[in-house]
Design a protein around this ligand. Structure first.
Ligand SMILES: Nc1ncnc2c1ncn2[C@@H]1O[C@H](COP(=O)(O)OP(=O)(O)OP(=O)(O)O)[C@@H](O)[C@H]1O
Ligand SMILES: [Mg+2]
Length: 119
């Protein structure tokens, strides 16, 4: 399964993934992956892979790092910045989660509710 999170810088993508993993019982620190390119979280028999492709611009790098395997496996791929040049061939299997930049909590929730009708 692939879940793509789209939204401006600082719009809350990592925070949403952290909340999801916490709800699943993950106790580890959840931070944005940089090096290595992917962070793995294991919940029972389920593998969840967290990617952030903000600085990832080269499709060859994607292939060289062997990342395609994650996207065709059994696990759940949680992807921030899925719209980079390395990613166009990997379509989400679940509706993308849409987030937008908002400073204030109520405003953020209102925009999320509006965007649900778009996906
Ligand atoms: N729903 C929310 N309400 C209030 N603050 C939030 C909410 N979601 C995120 N934040 C705060 O906004 C900041 C940025 O959040 P986060 O790192 O999750 O954004 P991001 O979309 O992953 O950014 P990037 O594009 O840089 O990866 C953090 O300080 C976080 O605590
Ligand atoms: Mg992030």
């Amino acid at each position: 399964m692939r879940i793509y999170l789209r939204g401006d810088l600082g719009s809350g993508k990592t925070t949403l993934i952290r909340g999801l993993l916490r709800a699943l019982g993950v106790k580890d620190t959840v931070k944005s992956p940089s090096y290595p390119l992917v962070e793995l979280y294991v919940v029972s028999r389920l593998n969840l892979y967290h990617f952030d492709f903000y600085r990832f611009l080269d499709a060859h790098e994607f292939d060289d790092a062997g990342l395609a395997d994650y996207f065709h496996g059994e696990g759940v791929c949680l992807v921030e910045w899925p719209n980079g040049q390395a990613m166009p061939f990997l379509h989400p299997t679940l509706s993308s989660v849409w987030l937008i930049q908002a400073q204030e909590r109520n405003q953020r929730e209102r925009h999320l509710a509006q965007r649900e009708s778009d996906v």
